[in-house]
Design a protein around this ligand. Sequence first.
Ligand SMILES: C[S@@+](CC[C@H](N)C(=O)[O-])C[C@H]1O[C@@H](n2cnc3c(N)ncnc32)[C@H](O)[C@@H]1O
Length: 237
Amino acid sequence: MAIHPRNSSTNRFPIFKEIFGDIKKYNILDFGGSSGNLLYFSQGEILENSYTCIDISKEATDSGQSEFPKARFDYYDRYNWMYNHNGNLDLKFPNINKSYDFIWAYSVFSHTDLDEMLKTIKWMISLNPKKIAVSFLDLELALLTYFYNKRIESYGYSIDIRKFCNNDFNTVSLFDSNMLTVNKLKLESYNCDHFVTFYNIDFLKEYFAEQDIYINIITPKNSTVPFLVIDRKDIND
Ligand SMILES: C[S@@+](CC[C@H](N)C(=O)[O-])C[C@H]1O[C@@H](n2cnc3c(N)ncnc32)[C@H](O)[C@@H]1O
């Protein structure tokens, strides 16, 4: 399984700083953090011993652990449509036995279904952090066009997902370039090379509010994608 690339286009630290501010004395959980790109790009602002990464790629967590021996990298063998075909879709969340101030997940729930996103966020809330920020893809024309063009580049053909850019749809999931599901919140396992889900922002807010989870949606100035943000004051306990 692949390690997420590390180059100037995958540096998300400026967005992280914009959302969380001063982070020096805080414990950070980077969910789906691959081999620790966030830690690397922080250039010492995130302290190694305050950083934990959980990822479903063993190659990535092994590589991160040897590069940053004082940080913590936990391998979590959960199924993913694109990243981990041999994993277990019902695997329990890891028991991490540590408290976290800030929880971050960048481009993780862009590659899962909504059910997975909701369950994971409930688990994150149970860790009682000060703030959670997870990126996602919304049904917005520029993003749909970006992925449409990427799929054409890779496959020579793609279902035209640009037409889903309006308020009529709640979720749209694209498997490779030729299979699509719409408004299905929990997906069966289906192995593919590329998998993305787009969400309708108003629907997301309503859906989480039905579960008593009050989310804020922001798009940081350094970001091309929106974030679902939960502050402790908004957590109902
Ligand atoms: C697009 S990459 C982003 C990596 C990293 N967040 C970054 O921005 O550099 C998505 C990552 O999410 C991980 N991932 C996907 N589903 C996951 C899950 N359910 N739990 C933990 N990690 C997951 C993948 O293994 C992959 O490393």
